[in-house]
Structures are given as C-alpha cells and as structure tokens.
Design a protein around this ligand. Structure first.
Ligand SMILES: NC(=O)c1ccc[n+]([C@@H]2O[C@H](COP(=O)([O-])OP(=O)(O)OC[C@H]3O[C@@H](n4cnc5c(N)ncnc54)[C@H](O)[C@@H]3O)[C@@H](O)[C@H]2O)c1
Length: 470
C-alpha cells in the first residue's frame, strides 16, 4: 500500500510544513539493486581500549570488496593493517576536524576491557556522527558478554548495546546502526553479515544485536556473492503473495530454485508466482495433519531441499475474553506447531540436506505482545522459542535455524489494519515509515546463505527499530 505521507513529506511544500510542525520526516530508503557494490562510499574505521582483535579480518573484508577506508585520528593502527592487506586508506580529518563524508562507520570494540575505556566510543562517534551520508551504516563489533573472561569486560561489552540502539534513533536520514558480537575463533565468519549490514539490503533493519559464532558445518565462500544461493533448492511457504512472494523473488535473484507453497485456495497467485520465477508450486495447507509427510515425499523426489522458509502465517484477532477456542488453535497450529512438525519430519528423513538452513518468520507482536493478538503473539513468541531451543540440536546436524521478526511491513495484511493504527505502525520507528516485503526477504536471504554458517539461533527484527518491544 502506498505511503502518501512519505511522498508528501519529501515534496517541496510538504517538507517545509513537516519541518515547521516538527512532524516525522521519513526519507526514501536506498534499497539494493542487483549488481550494486556493497558500499557506495568510504568507510571510517575506529577502535578503542586495549588490543582490537578484528582489524585484520576487517582489512581482508574491505580489501575484498575494494572499499575506500579512512582511519579516525585515534585509530592510527588501521593504516598499516589496511596497507598490508593491499587496501588504499588514509587519515580522516585531524586535530578535531571532521574529514570527508562517509557511507559507513565501523568500530572494532573487541579491545574494550573496562567501562573506563568507553570514551573511545565517545570520541569516534562524537567526531563522525555528522559525517555519515543518507542511508549510511553504523556497525560496532564486540565480543559476546557471556563469553568474556571477567565481569568488567562483560560489562563494557554489554554496554555497547545502549550505544548502537541510541545511534539508530539519533542519526536519522535512513542511517541504521547494529551491534555484532563475534565469538572467539569465529572471526572468519563475519563476511556474509558485514555484506548484509553495510549494504542497502539491510535498509529496514536497525538497532539489532547479532551473534556470529563458530561455523555450523563447513564455512563456504560463494563463488559469486551476488549469486550466493546458486544451485540451492528453497521451499517458501505462503509464497503466493506479500512477504512470501518477495522472499521467493529474492531467493531466485540470488541464484536459487524455489518451491512455492500456499493453500489450495491461493492457487491463482501461487501458480503465477511459481511460473514467473521458474519454480515449482505446491498447493498444500501446512496445517493439515499429513502436510509434513507430503513435504518429505516432495523433497525426496526433488533430490532434497537446502533451505526451508516458514513464512506462511495467519491472524485471527480478538481479545482473549472474546476469542473462540478454534481461532486460538488455528493460529497456534499454522504459525507455530506446523513449523515444529515440518522441521522434525524434514530433518529426521534427511529431506533437508546437511548444511541446510531453516528460517522462521516471527513478529514484533511475539516480542512486545499486542492488544487482541494473544493467539498470534503466543505463536510468534513460540517461534523465537523454537529457534533458541533447536539451534544447538540442529547445529549437531550441520543445520542452522534463525528467525526474522518483522515490524510494520506494507502488505495486504497491514493494508487491512484500521487507518489510525496503520499510521502509528508506520511512524513509530526510527525510519518513520513501514518496511517493504523485500526488506524481510533480504534478511532471510542473508540467513539462508551458505556463508552464514556462523549465524545460528539469531532473531533479527526487520522493523526500522520500532518502538514496540524495543
Ligand atoms: N505484514 C506484516 O507487517 C507482518 C508483520 C510481522 C510478521 N508478519 C508475518 O510475515 C508472514 C507473511 O505475512 P504477510 O503480511 O505476507 O501475510 P499474507 O497474509 O499476505 O500472506 C501469508 C500467506 O500465507 C499463506 N498461508 C496462510 N495459512 C496457510 C496454510 N495453512 N498453509 C499454507 N499457506 C498458508 C496465505 O495464503 C498467504 O499467501 C506471516 O507469518 C506474518 O505473520 C507480517
């Protein structure tokens, strides 16, 4: 559904009015176009504390994507490390003067060992905050607090969350900010995550905390990062329209073959999507008792599948006092129990191949709760429970499981929401606008990538840093 306010706020008359009245000013967000480089401008690097531990990994990464980098004046060691990696780099600003405008700020905080060292964060972001271009990116890298060797180190590492969440709210202009905790020994696994977070693919993701751990199964570097899913077979449920159709499109763009599934009643849209994407169509109600077995048979007949995306979902909203039992059961069954049954059937039969990926779709309702959505929130919070509880079990089989939790995304589901609630959903986030189905799809493609073997058990919100459940 078209966001008329966004167009108005960016017109010459509208912009003046919006500024005069202090109204939210959403900017059109940059979104990924096939073939585009990861970054369309330079990167400013900073670090602090004792010994930053990711500089070599970052230099290799930025060298690989041929980025132009600069060192903040308090981060001079970046220059020799970057030069050693064959990267051209230079000093940014100097003596308190700002340097050139940059597309991204990347701060290696792994060396912070004590809260007294937090002024390194202050100086870097104080100097650079006004130098980030629109739709720019902020990434702070730290160590998981639970893996730190002493309480003081764990404390300052946990404190980074307050920084990135605040920067996401403060910088505006479509700039987002994320914190990435990298486990010891997982430094080589950060590339798919940096590619996602620094590029326009993460347009509607902000204020998130992501854990990159040791590889589940083998770490694979795609031959072509723009076709990271080449040769992969991906099942997308609920693919006839909305977010599901966008997921199928992005999967195909990334080189995958798709198997599009939806209920038999959605057959026209399902056939159209599958035909357009040269994929297969399966008309099936996933809530049916025999659905897991049917999917196992279809997958084995197809030589096995590599990725399962549990996108299909329904709402049947009523306050709990007014809700009929069958509406409760229907929502929990379709949105949650089917995912448990299908995962078990596909994994136990080997129909989901080793090295496979399971990606679930939760919701910010499952994080914040929502009036009239007890059934839906139970199902979507349950999806988060499913991800956390099965991630270690599946890892032993070389399979990862993660979830996206969308906020307000412009689809038929949200077009049906009453006007006032729809407007609140669109504006109550750091981007002051709703997300697009493609924003959810891009995050799912990142989880699904063979190079994301270090990403397991994560739940990442695609919500423009919604205030709900923040
Ligand atoms: N749109 C949003 O703002 C938003 C926000 C948070 C979460 N989500 C979640 O994202 C997912 C997609 O949402 P959407 O907005 O595209 O919704 P949608 O209603 O447009 O699409 C959902 C699809 O799932 C299919 N489906 C429903 N029950 C099914 C079943 N039993 N078997 C097979 N297919 C079934 C539907 O036919 C439909 O094609 C859902 O899980 C939803 O809960 C959406």
């Amino acid at each position: 559904m078209k966001d008329g306010y966004l167009d108005f706020a960016n017109s010459s008359v509208g912009a003046k009015l919006v500024n005069a009245l202090g109204l939210p000013k959403p900017l059109p967000l940059e979104r990924y176009e096939p073939g585009q480089p990861v970054l369309s401008g330079p990167v400013l690097i900073g670090y602090g504390g004792g010994q930053p531990q990711l500089l070599e990994s970052l230099a290799r990464f930025f060298g690989g994507i041929k980025a132009q980098t600069y060192a903040h004046e308090k981060a001079p060691n970046w220059i020799p490390v970057a030069n050693a990696a064959g990267l051209t780099t230079g000093r940014w600003g100097g003596a308190g003067q700002a340097g050139v405008k940059v597309k991204a700020l990347v701060f290696d905080a792994t060396g912070l060992e004590d809260s007294t060292q937090s002024d390194a964060l202050y100086w870097f972001f104080h100097d650079a905050a006004r130098s980030v271009l629109p739709s720019g990116r902020v990434v702070v890298l730290g160590r998981p607090p639970e893996e730190c060797t002493n309480p003081r180190q764990a404390t300052i590492q946990r404190a980074l969350e307050g920084l990135t969440r605040s920067l996401g709210k403060e910088l505006r202009k479509g700039i987002n900010a994320q914190l990435v905790y990298v486990s010891q020994g997982a430094e080589a696994n950060i590339e798919s995550t940096l590619r996602f977070l620094l590029s326009p693919r993460s347009a509607y993701v902000s204020g998130q905390v992501i854990h990159v751990g040791n590889a589940v199964g083998a770490y694979q570097v795609p031959a072509d990062w723009n076709q990271a899913l080449a040769g992969k077979k991906v099942l997308v449920t609920g693919a006839s329209r909305g977010i599901g159709a966008a997921i199928a499109e992005v999967m195909v763009r990334e080189g995958a073959q798709v198997i599009c599934l939806d209920v038999p009643q959605a057959q026209p849209g399902l056939s159209e999507t599958a035909a357009r994407l040269k994929g297969k169509a399966i008309a099936l109600d996933i809530g049916a008792e025999d659905a897991p077995q049917k999917l196992v048979e279809a997958a084995l007949a197809d030589g096995g599948w590599d990725v399962i995306v549990h996108n299909a979902g329904i709402t049947r909203d009523k306050t709990v006092a007014n809700m009929k039992e069958h509406l409760w059961q229907m929502v929990v069954n379709v949105n949650l129990s089917t995912q448990e049954r299908i995962n078990e059937a596909l994994v136990n039969s080997g129909a989901l191949k080793s090295g496979g990926r399971i990606v679930c779709v939760s919701s910010i309702s499952g994080i914040a709760g929502n009036m009239g959505q007890t059934n839906y929130a139970v199902s979507k919070a349950g999806v988060i429970g499913l991800v956390h509880s099965t991630a270690p079990v599946l890892a032993a089989k070389g399979i990862t499981i993660n979830a996206v939790a969308p906020g307000f995304i412009e689809t038929q589901m949200t077009a049906a929401v009453p006007f006032a609630i729809r407007e609140a959903g669109r504006r109550m986030n750091s981007m002051s606008q709703g997300g697009q189905p493609v924003d959810v799809a891009e995050a799912i493609a990142w989880f699904a990538s063979p190079a994301s073997s270090g990403i397991n058990g994560n739940v990442v919100r695609v919500c423009g840093q919604s205030l709900l459940g923040a």
